[in-house]
Design a protein around this ligand. Structure first.
Ligand code: BJW
Length: 249
């Protein structure tokens, strides 16, 4: 089927205009135009690393210094990174809909939605700007300050770890329950810049769909989420999302 982007954008705008409650699910693709690497594919973050080496609890137990080098580099890089027009378009969408009608569920740990000004943000995979004690579970906001290679908890002296969700770990339950609720009760789920292969996040798309939501996807390429989507907008989030917002006025 030919992909007439203007026609698809109009269809997506019509869906969004009708929706009383909107949820958004974002992934690494929305931050790509801010200069952050995505995870999968050529040039992705996992390239040069095996996932099991840096993003599992076992990896941290085996070689915490390697894991911290990987995360410290990403933390330091954030100093030069700013939200892009895709992030700002979602701030505009939240402002249009108002409190109680908008939830932004993000798999990203970069904090760029908050930096852009989004308010109702659920960070289901945690935040690279926080650390968590592997001993006493205390969580601390550390921004993007440089941390020692093996940072330790000021209270119990156990190793600190990034407060992110690694493979085989449970998502933070309170945040996850809110994300599920938002997906199950929205009229429209906007899925932006995610390969939709990592669960349980990817399952939110199906969950929204079977509860009657219309699905709009924005991505450079089709994903497993495209099959059940009502509209697939192929292109850069930083261009597509502002264009979509202009069509809502
Ligand atoms: C653009 C763009 C532009 C680019 N504009 N678009 C077998 C089957 C099913 C499930 C499992 C299974 N085996 C294991 C599991 C469970 C596992 C899982 O899902 N694995 C699959 C990969 C197979 N999940 C888990 O383990 C989760 N926990 C869990 O299930 O607990 C229960 C359990 C307990 C015990 C044992 C087993 C299960 C936890 C998942 C945690 C994911 N963590 C990470 C790392 C976070 C920290 C960090 O940042 O380092 O989260 S992995 C990584 O992937 C990160 C991301 O949030 C996540 C999703 O990636 P995302 O955002 O989609 O990025 P990409 O790179 O994949 O895609 C980017 C997209 O953008 C692409 O599509 C581009 O085209 C697009 N794009 N530029 C628009 N400008």
């Amino acid at each position: 089927m030919p992909h007439d982007i203007n026609e698809q954008l109009d269809r997506a705008a019509a869906i969004l205009k009708r929706a009383k409650k909107v949820a958004v699910l974002t992934g690494a693709g929305i931050s790509a135009e801010s200069g952050l690497a995505t995870f999968r594919g050529a040039g992705g973050l996992w390239e040069g690393h095996r996932v099991e080496e840096v993003a599992t609890p076992r990896a941290f137990a085996r070689d915490p210094a390697l894991v911290w080098r990987f995360y410290n580099l990403r933390r330091v890089n954030l100093a030069a990174v700013h939200p892009n027009p895709g992030h700002f378009a979602l701030v505009e969408l939240e402002q249009r809909l108002g409190d109680g009608a908008f939830t932004l569920i993000t798999q990203n740990v970069d904090g760029l939605h908050h930096a852009a000004g989004s308010r109702r943000v659920l960070e289901i995979h945690g935040s690279i700007r926080r650390v968590r004690c592997s001993g006493c579970d205390a969580i601390e906001e550390r921004g993007i300050e440089a941390l020692p290679e093996l940072p330790r908890c000021g209270k119990c002296h156990a190793l600190l770890r990034p407060d992110v969700v690694w493979f085989e770990e449970m998502l933070p339950q309170d945040i996850w329950l809110q994300a599920e609720e938002a997906a199950q009760t929205c009229d429209c789920l906007l899925v932006v810049g995610t390969s939709a292969v990592v669960y349980p996040a990817a399952g939110l798309v199906e969950s929204a769909r079977i509860n009657g939501a219309q699905i709009i996807e924005v991505n450079l390429t089709p994903t497993p989420a495209s099959r059940g989507a009502d509209v697939v907008l192929l292109g850069q989030a930083g261009t597509i999302l502002p264009d979509l917002m202009r069509r809502l006025t």
